[in-house]
Design a protein around this ligand. Sequence first.
Ligand code: SAM
Ligand code: DTB
Ligand code: SF4
Length: 327
Amino acid sequence: MQASPLVAVPFAAPSASVTRWTVGDVLALYDMPLMDLIWKAQGVHRQHFDANAIQRSTLLSVKTGGCSEDCSYCSQSARYDTETERERLMPIDEVVAAAKAAKAKGASRFCMGAAWKGPKDSDLDRVLEMVREVKALGMQTCVTLGMLKDGQADKLKEAGLDYYNHNLDTDKEFYGQVIKTHTHDDRLDTLEQVREAGINVCSGGIIGMGESRKNRAALIVQLANLPKPPESVPINNLVPIPGTPLADKPRLDPFEFVRTIAAARIAMPTSWVRLSAGRQEMSDELQTLCFLAGANSMFYGDRLLTTDNPDIDRDDRLFARLGVKAV
Ligand code: SAM
Ligand code: DTB
Ligand code: SF4
């Protein structure tokens, strides 16, 4: 059956609550007049969330640079000559100190990122310890460690991990133009392992890498049509990194970014949609449009992994000006 252009059709089996999206459905959302699209997204948002509450996670790069992979956007690939210096896996006490500081500033979740294709078992043991200690502070925990091997997701679950971040990053069709050292299917395989282990899935993508609108719509469809949509969907705007193949990509029209947030919100009504990388370059007004379009989560803290994020004072002022509360 052909889906109507603006509403996804409930999928008959296996459960009436499962919705299948088509690229046509999502492209029809992108084609709406912006005011109508934002209005629709905000309506969907209010059915499932408090529209004045935004979740805040703080990121820490616990192992930086020297990655074997060739992701064309990334400052941490060993293949590109970037300003990012390699650093070994951080000592646990430094990680715990950073998590305590993030909690004191009001972050509810602490996300630890490592520049690996995937963790070796010996490295994973140290990350498990980090997860246990951060969890013991009363924070939600998240890690992003690359691709997982059999059994690793179960160990993370046992240690108390709440979320695993692993982005599909871009449409399957465009993936090979950005990354050649692993495939979109490899990413799906890790997402399946995370889901099966009972860990919340955090998966989204990057836009502004030269992909088409159709590619952006297809990424949203691939995320929304997972057996269960991710609980958290980060939408990153490319931060161009000197030395990487995507260093000189022209900046995406900011309204196209807002449309992407709105389309993600409508296609994944109960997911937390995260306004992720690229906030530093956005005005307060543009970020507010993203919130109006249904973004309700963000990274909070002066650094992302290797690039700058708005400083905490600026974010606190923005929340106060908007009457938004942090959750
Ligand atoms: N190595 C792991 C992996 O690739 O899953 C974890 C770290 S990786 C840096 C996490 C995510 O950050 C990537 O999947 C990508 O979506 C995002 N990212 C990395 N560099 C970026 C950039 N320059 N601009 C925007 N997002 C970026
Ligand atoms: C996600 O989707 N974005 C975050 C987090 N997950 C790990 C990372 C953004 C990285 C931006 C570039 C950098 O700071 O290196
Ligand atoms: Fe960067 Fe992750 Fe790709 Fe490594 S796998 S190059 S850390 S995005």
